[in-house]
Design a protein around this ligand. Structure first.
Ligand SMILES: Nc1ncnc2c1ncn2[C@@H]1O[C@H](COP(=O)(O)OP(=O)(O)OP(=O)(O)O)[C@@H](O)[C@H]1O
Ligand SMILES: [Mg+2]
Length: 157
């Protein structure tokens, strides 16, 4: 478990002790996770300060058969029950000044890695959980494989 200092939000990350072998584009996957964490901070910011409790973001990485799962959960406002799936479409935003491109781009990056994205409820209570999946084996497909950063890497323990 790694703790990252942040003035307001407790951010933690966990991964199995044994490294996971996986092929992915380091730059694109890092862009995806960064985008999701940015959304999580904004979802926490959307909760009135008096109701925020102890704001937290947790990143949990695990292997499931042929896939690597990256779960990012937050204690923010949570995903709506209605129209949740449409948030993945380009230009769907509820934020003033948002482009609505974040989740669409993340979805594309994961599809290019043979996986996908799911918008879930945080099982720990209030907030959302974004589940990102990539295929573990093989080369990254699509745009990812044509980029110079495409690489065979280990998810750090
Ligand atoms: N962790 C989350 N919890 C609750 N709602 C979320 C979360 N992440 C995204 N959303 C909702 O999904 C919408 C779309 O997100 P997306 O990242 O695509 O665009 P954005 O964040 O609004 O704009 P941009 O990414 O350009 O800053 C957000 O406006 C917000 O309503
Ligand atoms: Mg966003």
């Amino acid at each position: 478990m790694m703790r990252i200092a942040h003035p307001d939000i407790a951010i933690s990350a966990s991964a199995p002790d044994r490294p996971i072998d996986a092929a992915f584009d380091r730059r694109l996957l890092s862009q995806a996770v960064t985008n999701i964490i940015k959304n999580a901070t904004e979802a926490i910011g959307a909760v009135p300060e008096a109701e925020r409790g102890s704001p937290a973001i947790e990143v949990a990485v695990r292997q499931e058969e042929d896939e690597v799962i990256i779960d990012v959960s937050d204690t923010g406002k949570g995903f709506p029950a209605e129209g949740r799936q449409r948030l993945l479409e380009p230009y769907m935003t509820t934020r003033e000044g948002g482009t609505g491109l974040g989740l669409a781009i993340v979805g594309k990056i994961l599809e290019d890695h043979g996986g996908g994205i799911e918008l879930l409820d945080n099982p720990a209570g209030r907030g959302g959980l974004v589940r990102m999946r990539i295929r573990r084996a093989g080369e990254p497909v699509g745009i990812a494989s044509s980029l110079p950063h495409a690489d065979r890497l280990r998810v750090p323990a």
